[in-house]
Design a protein around this ligand. Structure first.
Ligand code: NAP
Length: 245
């Protein structure tokens, strides 16, 4: 049975992604920074007939928590096939480059960028035991330098996601480097935008969470001849999904 670990899977897009992978026959580990919320999520999934699921406490900003989560995971599996780095924060307000505080930048990068690096550095050991390891770094099209600097881009005039956008642009560059470093292995590592989606993150504005999760699951399941080191947003480019960095 294939095994997947999803960070921040107790709610929102991460929770729905867990559900869809379970429906495809995966065993899914729900990473949750508060264990009680993770256990609650597991209860909901089990009540829907999805039983191959367990919660593991993991706060991506805390190295000890990442290490403990990994030790717990190793007691339950010898390999990991899919890692979805979904946990993320929007940086909070004020949203503009000059008004946002340095604490906002530090906290947002700590979760959205350093958190991903923290998890991957530790979890890569179990991913290496999978014949076809997949990593999806959940990004956003507003983290695209090319799009955000294009006056025709819908979010160009809005331009109020300075901290968040900068953090996801950094995550994108991290994804490029990681994919390069693992290019001669079976790993497929991509940055994927789920699209503007109705969750707590957006005050429940945007599209359906099912569609967002489907976009992530697609890249968790790509075949061995599939892409690596690429950036996808089906919302921005419905034809191929490929978007510029
Ligand atoms: P959400 O409903 O707010 O869920 C975010 C999840 O991340 C929650 O489970 C949250 O846990 C968790 N999290 C936050 N900080 C964490 C930490 N330090 N350690 C572990 N988990 C942590 O947001 P969402 O909309 O599902 O977003 C999921 C991902 O999609 C994010 O990476 C976001 O940037 C990306 N994204 C979202 C949209 C959108 O429109 N919603 C668009 C593009 C990209 P708690 O419950 O404990 O807070």
């Amino acid at each position: 049975m294939k095994k997947a670990f999803i960070t921040g899977a107790n709610k929102g897009i991460g929770f729905e992604t867990a559900k869809q992978l379970l429906e495809k026959g995966f065993y899914v580990f729900i990473g949750s920074r508060r264990l009680a919320k993770g256990i609650k999520a597991v209860e909901i999934l089990k009540s829907q007939g999805l039983h191959n699921v367990a919660a593991i406490q993991l706060d991506v900003t805390n190295q000890d928590s990442v290490q403990s989560a990994f030790e717990e995971l190793k007691e339950q599996t010898t390999k990991l096939d899919v890692l979805i780095n979904n946990a993320g924060i929007n940086g909070g307000s004020p949203y503009t480059a000059l008004d946002a505080s340095i604490e906002q930048y530090i906290n947002t990068f700590n979760t959205n960028v350093f958190g991903v690096a923290r998890v991957i550095k530790v979890f890569v050991e179990l991913l290496r035991n999978s014949p076809q390891p997949r990593i999806v770094n959940v990004s956003t099209s507003v983290g695209s330098l090319t799009l955000q600097s294009d006056p025709k881009w819908p979010a160009y005039e809005y331009a109020k996601l300075a901290v968040y956008g900068a953090s996801k642009a950094a995550l994108n560059m991290y994804t490029v480097h990681l994919a390069y470093e693992l290019r001669n292995t079976a790993f497929k590592i991509n940055a994927v935008c789920p699209g503007y989606t109705r969750t707590d993150f957006t005050d429940h504005k945007g599209g359906e969470v099912e569609e967002a999760a489907r976009r992530i699951v697609k890249y968790a399941l790509i075949k061995q001849n599939g892409p690596t080191g690429k950036f996808f947003s089906e919302e921005t480019n419905p034809e191929t999904g490929v978007v510029p960095w």
